[in-house]
Write a protein that binds this ligand. Sequence first.
Ligand SMILES: [Zn+2]
Length: 221
Amino acid sequence: MGAHGPPRQASPPPANAEPAHADVQDVVQRWDSVRDRVPPGQLPDGAGAIRELHRMDRDNRVLNVERTPSGARANFEPESDRIQIQPPRRAGAGTEAVFHEAIHAEQHRRYPNWAEVRSAAAAQHDNLELQIAAGKWMAWAEYWAYRQSYEFHQLQSPDPTAGPNAAHEYAIAQQGVRHHLAGLASVGVQYDPNTPSPPIYRVRRNGRRSEVESGESDLLT
Ligand SMILES: [Zn+2]
């Protein structure tokens, strides 16, 4: 996590939260069974996501909860450094959710500025520049989380009819990605999240306001 900027408030762990060791183990075993045959260019965050998962699991930071704070089926909350998942309703649902959220944990580790931009944007809804910066981050992060989840699934249970762009087509069609792209388009910003790195912004304090500036990614990652 970045050391600068005010963190958004972390919600306390729910009283009935249970460490989701079994779900984590399932993801790790599935990863171990495919890791040696990941095609070049696929799953760039896979190994890092599994490392984050091990770290968080050791500290009981991957939890089964009755309700996630975001209302989604699963949620990585950077402020508390926790993955929270609703107990899966069908076999394998927990695995997909945990892997997707572990990708987000790895994205936050690689790009700590993301949390800072998100916090600032949440505090300043009228700051269009900040909203655009946060919107691009979110679109990029969701696109790659869905894309790599698809690639992970394909390695375990290949769909022989999938074309060479299937992972991209799957990810770009997800509501969680389209929602952010539509928000950007509504203010005239066309953004393509299919780039290896996200646009990098840093937040600069200007009195009580925050401003964003773009930075060189190699300085910040
Ligand atoms: Zn996500």
